[in-house]
Design a binder for this molecule. Sequence first.
Ligand code: TMP
Length: 210
Amino acid sequence: MAGYGRFITLEGGEGTGKSTLISGLSETLQQRGKTVIVTREPGGTKLAEEVRTLALNPPAGETWSPLSHTLLMNTSRDDHLNKLIRPALQRGDWVLCDRFADSTRAYQQVDGQDLQTLLKIEQAVVGETRPDLTLMLDGAPEDLAERRRARGTQDVFEQKDLDFHARIRAAFLEIADQEPERCAVIDAVQTPEQVLNAALAEIDARLGRS
Ligand code: TMP
């Protein structure tokens, strides 16, 4: 385990319902008496949120290379881990994080960054603070297209086409396949209540109902 507390990350493509699930999980876990910290990546601390803006919404006409994006995501992650996630886990809190290192592996790899470099940097930044459980929200990009449109906002990744979203989905599923003891794949094309129940079942089965 990553510390005294529990570290749960939520991963998946755009429009898979991560934000809705994280609110439901937070509420249920608090009702069970846990102290819950809800956070997100890129972001979660003051500096990391600044990096988020720079990474996802660069000045008009400017673009980041895949390596720059990889470094920016990991810069924000390092600050987030040091100032928020590790102290919370040491206190015994439950940390629910909307995206984490798997998003860098998936998005930046699909964008062209080689896996070896991604894994090397991930190891240097994440170290022993691996998630106890990663909930991977999965659905066909076509089935989630309406939800993506409804979100309204458009960052550099949300603007991409169906083929890009299909490749992101495949990259997440490959991670889940490689690390089944850490990753639970959850069908995102269900009602929010069904998704929440499926996630709670995974938490109870894998981390123990307490
Ligand atoms: P969000 O809209 O789910 O908050 O995610 C922000 C965007 O950042 C999303 O398009 C995925 C992207 N992203 C990366 O490319 N690499 C990363 O490491 C993370 C955490 C997010």
